[in-house]
Design a protein around this ligand. Sequence first.
Ligand SMILES: C[S@@+](CC[C@H](N)C(=O)[O-])C[C@H]1O[C@@H](n2cnc3c(N)ncnc32)[C@H](O)[C@@H]1O
Length: 236
Amino acid sequence: MNTRDQQMALEQAAQRRIKDSHALDGDAGRLANFYRGWASSYELDVGRDGYCGPMIVAELAGAVQTAYLARQRTAIAILDAGCGTGLVGVELERLGFRLIDGIDLSEEMAERARQTGVYRRVQGDVDLNGPLSDYSSARYDITVCCGVFTLGHVRPEGLRELARVTRPNGFIVASTRKSYAEATSFEDEVRHLQDAGVLVPAQRLNDGRYVAEEDAHYWIFQVPENASTPTEERRL
Ligand SMILES: C[S@@+](CC[C@H](N)C(=O)[O-])C[C@H]1O[C@@H](n2cnc3c(N)ncnc32)[C@H](O)[C@@H]1O
């Protein structure tokens, strides 16, 4: 096999692994097992597939901070939900954020995120399809979530808990792979949560670059102001 053939074989294997990860039905045991086996080659595989979601999500978080949050980046508390090996955290740190916590279902992925040294704290064994019981409400200024609202991973209902741990007038930045947005009730869930006063869709980038074979939508949600919690920030 020449170098070009080898390269193509590696790219195909990477795409196969990514596709396999989409068939896990949100089952926590299967997902954790899959990512246990994928943790060591995850970054190489998604790099081969042109994955640029983490950079876009981090830059949107940066834009939100500049546009709407009065405090400096070093004082903005961020939750990276489904942090994986820490690709989003590394981008956030590059942009000047320092108070970054990560959570992930897979302890092996979480351990790699810890090793980046950019997170304040990383917790593994946290299922975003259930209640985030260790996390108090209104704890974060911005919650980011990249590559997690994707087929077979976290269901749209997971958005409610992300909103709960984000403070009033804070923001959630999330990617949804296009095929996920089409196959699930994500938009219905957004409408439902908006009607319930849980979040407001503030901005959305449609069809942004994500991986080589597919685009994603990038969402910015704002958690509505709680009348009893005055804040210094400007509302959208
Ligand atoms: C495609 S990776 C994205 C990781 C990282 N955010 C990035 O952009 O590179 C998906 C991550 O979501 C995690 N994950 C999948 N299902 C989850 C769940 N139900 N709860 C928490 N994390 C989950 C996986 O362990 C994996 O680390």
